[in-house]
Design a protein around this ligand. Structure first.
Ligand SMILES: Nc1ncnc2c1ncn2[C@@H]1O[C@H](COP(=O)(O)OP(=O)(O)OP(=O)(O)O)[C@@H](O)[C@H]1O
Ligand SMILES: [Mg+2]
Length: 491
């Protein structure tokens, strides 16, 4: 059996070729990526990089081999921000260092978001950044909403780690209070911006799997969104940053309304492998200029294959399998938003049992930086007892406060949604919330529905209105009438 690679583009006998393209003044540069690849005889789009200035010019780079297949692993010692707050997290396709900014002197903390479909490399990129924060003396607060499974190595390497939605609420609330406390102190010092480590460290709040807290149906969605928005608004100039990592197909899914849109526009938005609806929403939300095409990141690199059923019988080509594209991304907030980059590989590329020693090495030895003592009181009991220990009265106070916060958030959310909800939506909700009967069915009769809908905190609903809505729902197949006057939801 022979093995061949895809033919080099344009019969390239050099490793790399660059084309500078410009359209005449008055025209806008647009292109069809597939047509471009076809005209350049490129089978594997990972061998092509197209960067545009969003107007008239483009730089097309064609590689003989995909440029980001193999990146050198990063050394822990190199994971430190420079005086301008920049951190090198990987390389662009042309080998240049790809940098993100964790701190802007004269301005303050950054806001950011890391988007990507499942397996795109969000959590690995996050660990790289967390390790850099540790090595740079930045205080990291982390919410790992996959119950701590997403970035398990971060335990003990960050100042505060929570793994539940309630923990996230407590953490965000504490961060808002620290920001307020710093604001008071800085105002008294006559200071208008944050200066790192003089006297306070940068505080960076990061949420992995943020979609779990911000998607429809999340228990404290409104409150979490409001707190993130608040931090995005007030945190920057007092050195409290907020970033999320999320799987989302639409920005609107994340907390609804305009919560994140403003934050993302100004922050460090990093786009790992995306879904097509995500791309549409990024353009429609103005996060990407219209007409901007960025070369898609395939799930695996390598040309798509047409495999003839007769090929092996003829002893022909065994195609080379493509590689994993985890960690490939675009730094939309950078000065090269259309240049594909890749994060340095982080951790073992094969499954490891338990914590990954390579990731632990990245964090390095020693304690992470902690929040300044002057803000401890503001951070509150949940922070002070974050490792699950501390004086009994504080542990108790932290539990109480978190419980109250969660109950309040859940109640506000219910009220807000019931206030605006239609009677039909309230009927559906009542059926969704109904207990199962002995047949395992969630069903209610008219009287039970009448009682449930009128007990949900919304406006009173009269029997005729309820009856009309039941009829309309049944007609629209959104409700099933069982025998004996009972109703249930279609399965
Ligand atoms: N920078 C990288 N270089 C090479 N491979 C990478 C890189 N980052 C991630 N990968 C590969 O992609 C896989 C998935 O990465 P990761 O767990 O970070 O994805 P994720 O986006 O967090 O996924 P999920 O949505 O399932 O949480 C890793 O196990 C690794 O094999
Ligand atoms: Mg993950």
């Amino acid at each position: 059996m022979t093995t061949t690679m895809a033919p080099a583009p344009l019969g390239l006998d050099v490793d790399v070729m660059e084309l500078e393209v410009q359209v005449p003044p008055g025209k806008l540069l647009t292109y069809d990526l597939r047509a471009l690849a076809s005209s350049l005889e490129i089978l594997d789009t990972s061998c092509m990089a197209v960067e545009t200035d969003g107007l008239t010019r483009a730089l097309v780079t064609i590689y003989r081999d995909p440029p980001l297949e193999k990146l050198e692993p990063v050394r822990g010692e190199d994971l430190v921000i420079d005086a301008q707050g920049w951190l090198t997290v990987g390389r662009y396709h042309d080998g240049q260092p790809a940098q993100i900014r964790l701190y802007v002197p004269g301005s303050g903390a950054q806001r950011g978001a890391l988007f990507g479909t499942t397996g795109a490399g969000k959590s690995r990129a996050l660990q790289l950044i967390l390790a850099a924060e540790k090595r740079s003396g930045i205080v990291s607060w982390l919410a790992d909403l996959k119950g701590g499974q997403s970035v398990p190595e971060a335990a003990g390497q960050v100042d505060w780690r929570v793994t539940t939605q309630e923990g996230l609420l407590a953490m965000l609330q504490a961060a808002v209070r620290v920001a307020e406390e710093r604001m008071r102190r800085y105002a008294a010092m006559g200071r208008s911006s944050f200066i790192i480590n003089r006297p306070d460290p940068l505080l960076s709040v990061r949420i992995d799997e943020a979609n779990r807290a911000l998607e429809k149906g999340a228990p404290y969605r409104d409150k979490v969104a409001a707190l993130i928005k608040e931090l995005g608004r007030t945190g920057r100039s007092v050195g409290v940053g907020i970033s999320i990592a999320a799987q989302a197909s639409h920005v609107d899914e994340l907390g609804g309304s305009d919560t994140l849109r403003g934050m993302l526009k100004e922050g460090e938005t990093i786009l790992l492998r995306w879904s097509s609806s995500m791309m549409q929403s990024l353009v429609s939300d103005g996060l990407l200029p219209p007409g901007t095409h960025i070369v898609p990141i395939p799930k695996r690199s390598g040309p798509p294959l047409l495999r003839s059923r007769f090929a092996s019988a003829r002893g022909m080509v065994k195609p080379k399998p493509g590689g994993n594209t985890g960690g490939m991304a675009y730094l939309l907030g950078s000065d090269r938003p259309t240049a594909m980059m890749r994060f340095f590989p982080v951790g073992s590329m094969h499954e490891v049992e338990g914590l990954d020693p390579l990731i632990l090495d990245l964090y390095g030895p020693g304690e992470p930086a902690h929040l300044e003592a002057t803000s401890h009181e503001a951070a509150g009991a949940a922070y002070l007892t974050r490792d699950g220990d501390g004086p009994a009265h504080l542990v108790e106070a932290a539990k109480e406060e978190t419980k109250r916060l969660a109950e309040q958030a859940a109640a506000e959310q219910k009220n807000a949604s019931t206030g605006k909800a239609t009677v039909a939506a309230r009927i559906v909700r009542a059926l969704e919330d109904a207990d199962e009967d002995e047949d395992g069915q969630q069903a209610l009769d008219f009287d039970e529905l009448f009682a449930a809908v009128n007990a949900d905190g919304g406006k009173p609903v009269g029997a005729p209105v309820l009856r009309n809505n039941l009829t309309a729902l049944a007609k629209a197949d959104r409700l099933v009438a069982l025998g004996a006057g009972r109703y249930t939801l279609p399965s």
